[in-house]
Design a binder for this molecule. Structure first.
Ligand code: CP
Length: 308
């Protein structure tokens, strides 16, 4: 089974049945990471380049682990330690990498749309590992897998996403992903961090976290993306945290069986209290674990190969 596409660029592009195929494939790959020898020969002889123009811990590591667990050769390139630092353009960098005949380039880039541009001028597959404030499709897929695994379904769930919605590629990909699979998504943010027109993506827009979470099944907290702010968007971190941070008092308004997601990195005591991040109902580390399986599934479905 393969996806009938060369690239994974956005969740907006993906059809519901493609998302479901990725999730079921990822579920089947989870057991590989539980084996004593965590490796299958599926992508032996394939070459995957992780080309990262922004910092990353979870995404880059899990793409690399996913490639290696499938026996592909994985090469990591950071812009800061490559010839990008000498002024080379994305196009020239990509063309030079393509000359070495890789099968897939995984790109993280600060500019929205960079993976689409790259996919247009190279022949190998491109996976978007996060582009500016646009999309982070593999993150949304691992979030969907985590919720489906924990709650048994996506259809009919109420998902509340809280934080810097304007600058969050995770929020955009998750709004597309959860709504395509039949969930109802609400977003909560200070007015300065709520993009105009967000409701046209099919989500509810709410002002107060306390009102939004009363009937929620899942709360997803987001980091403030300070690195993307051109001007200050809130008076103080303390005030942001008081109004939009998730603490025990606010969580008291939610259902008893609520689960909490956060894509990471978390800023403890800002958008999420430390005891909530570490609580049994926090799925933050389940998300990270599922990231490896989702990225194995993406490589498998794009690059092919036999399962054993
Ligand atoms: N969730 C996520 O994208 O984390 P990293 O920036 O560490 O990859």
């Amino acid at each position: 089974m393969r996806l009938k596409r060369k690239d994974i660029l956005t969740i907006e592009d993906l059809a519901k049945d493609e998302i479901e195929l990725i999730l079921s494939t990822a579920q089947s790959f989870k057991e590989v990471s539980e084996r004593e020898i965590k490796k299958v020969p599926t992508l032996r002889g394939r070459t995957i380049i992780n080309l990262f123009y922004e910092a990353s811990t979870r995404t880059r590591t899990s793409f690399e682990i996913a490639a290696k667990r499938m026996s592909a050769d994985a090469i990591n390139i950071s812009a800061s330690s490559s010839s990008v630092a000498k002024g080379e353009t994305l196009k020239d960098t990509a063309k030079n990498l393509e000359a070495m005949n890789p099968d897939c380039i995984v790109l993280r880039h600060p500019s929205s749309g960079a993976p689409q541009v790259l996919a247009g001028f190279i022949k190998c597959s491109v996976i978007n590992a996060g582009d500016g404030s646009h999309e982070h499709p593999s993150q949304a897929l691992l979030d969907l897998l985590t919720v489906k695994e924990k709650l048994g379904r996506i259809d009919g769930l109420k998902i509340v996403i809280v934080g810097d919605i304007s600058h969050s590629r995770v929020a955009r990909s998750n709004i597309y992903g959860f709504t395509k699979l039949g969930a109802e998504v609400s977003v909560v943010a200070p007015p300065t961090m709520m993009p105009s027109g967000i409701a046209s993506m099919g989500c509810n827009v709410k002002n107060r976290i306390e009102d939004a979470i009363t009937d929620a099944d899942v709360i997803m907290m987001l980091r403030i993306q300070l690195e993307r702010h051109k001007v200050p968007l809130f008076p103080t971190v303390r005030e942001y945290s008081r109004l939009f941070g998730l603490d025990r008092k606010k969580l008291g308004k939610a259902k008893k069986d609520i689960v909490i997601l956060h894509p990471g990195p978390i800023n403890r005591g800002v958008e999420i209290a430390s005891d909530i991040a570490d609580a049994p109902y926090s799925l933050i580390l389940d998300q990270v674990k599922n990231g490896v399986a989702v990225r194995m599934a993406l490589f498998y479905l794009l690059l092919g190969g036999s399962r054993e």
